[in-house]
Design a protein around this ligand. Structure first.
Ligand SMILES: Nc1ncnc2c1ncn2[C@@H]1O[C@H](COP(=O)(O)OP(=O)(O)OP(=O)(O)O)[C@@H](O)[C@H]1O
Length: 299
């Protein structure tokens, strides 16, 4: 279990993280989302014990992570900008990791050669960006981490490799109860991977929910009436956004599906559709409500 409790962090005048609290249960995958500059990397670096928070606490299985070698040996942070020692081969990097991480699994490292078809004696700095990311995952999975902190992890991998990596992630979460925190701008990917998500904006955690719960509480509605919509029909509904397209009114409405349907049916529309939002749409509307500029994304 990872516990982040009232954590804040400043860089000079900038309050990059403001009083953030959430927890990630063992064996689950948590998606950390947010606009550019929201504070995701800063928060992840604190969770990985690279930065120290100014206020609050961060614990992994009950122990503070900062300067805690025992906990750090169980945790891997994969940054968005990868780093390998200059001129090293995969084999040499693997030897380094083997000495640092006590649970390094040499058998797994060799078995994964099937999944990552790269010569282990090749110099990493000569590889493409995507190949370097494959190497990073190959080494990471061979350390058998209990906690994985991934910053934009799948960037640069092709579709086949993304699927392979996701499969290993799911397998390690299911078999070994690995705990994962992942940040991504690719919300379709996060939707596919995560049990729970948090959205950071300007350093604050503005939403923190199970993905399923998040989706059951906000809907896209298309409705049309003979003539103009009755003037009172949107009253008593929590309308986040509305737009007219010809005779059709498109709305984003917060609330339970049954209640919204029952309310709208009372007005006898000639057209009524209620659809779930994608995570990407939820993200845009939630940020939109907080003043983050949104384009019209209704389709
Ligand atoms: N080492 C640092 N020194 C000073 N300011 C920093 C430092 N690291 C980050 N910041 C600032 O903190 C804020 C949050 O940055 P951070 O990299 O955590 O955002 P992010 O959510 O990961 O962004 P992106 O999605 O663009 O990668 C930004 O305003 C950034 O300029």
């Amino acid at each position: 279990m990872i516990q982040i409790n009232h954590v804040s962090k400043r860089f000079g005048e900038l309050e990059a993280i403001k009083d953030v609290t959430f927890s990630v249960p063992k064996g689950s995958i948590y998606g950390l989302l947010g606009s550019n500059g929201a504070g995701k990397t800063t928060l992840m670096k604190m969770i990985a014990g690279i930065y120290k928070q100014d206020r609050g606490s961060i614990t992994v299985d009950g122990e503070p992570i900062f300067e805690n070698i025992k906990q750090k040996e169980r945790l891997i942070f994969l940054p968005d900008a990868l780093y390998f020692f200059p001129h090293t081969t995969i084999r040499q990097m693997a030897d380094f990791y083997r000495h640092i991480y006590p649970k390094w699994n040499e058998k797994r490292f060799y078995e994964m050669k099937e999944l990552f078809p790269i010569d282990i004696n090749q110099k990493i700095h000569r590889m493409s960006k995507g190949m370097q990311r494959q190497v990073a995952f190959w080494l990471t999975f061979s350390t058998m981490p209990d906690v994985l902190v991934l910053d934009e992890p799948l960037d640069g991998l092709d579709a086949v490799m993304r699927q392979k990596v996701k499969n290993i992630l799911f397998q390690d979460v299911a078999d070994r109860e690995m705990t994962v925190i992942i940040s991504s701008h690719n919300l379709f990917e996060v939707e596919d991977l995560c049990d729970r998500i948090g959205i950071l904006h300007n350093g604050s955690l503005i939403i923190e929910k199970e993905l399923d719960n998040l989706k059951t509480n906000i809907h896209k509605v298309q409705v049309a009436f003979h003539g103009q919509p009755p003037s009172t029909f949107l009253q008593h509904l929590d309308v986040v956004y509305q737009e007219r397209r010809g005779s059709v009114l498109l709305c984003i409405i917060r609330g339970e599906e049954e209640q919204i349907s029952a309310h709208i049916h009372k007005y006898e529309p000639i057209l009524f559709d209620l659809l779930s939002l994608t995570l990407e749409e939820i993200f845009i509307y939630e940020l939109g409500e907080r003043g983050y500029a949104i384009e019209n994304i209704l389709v």
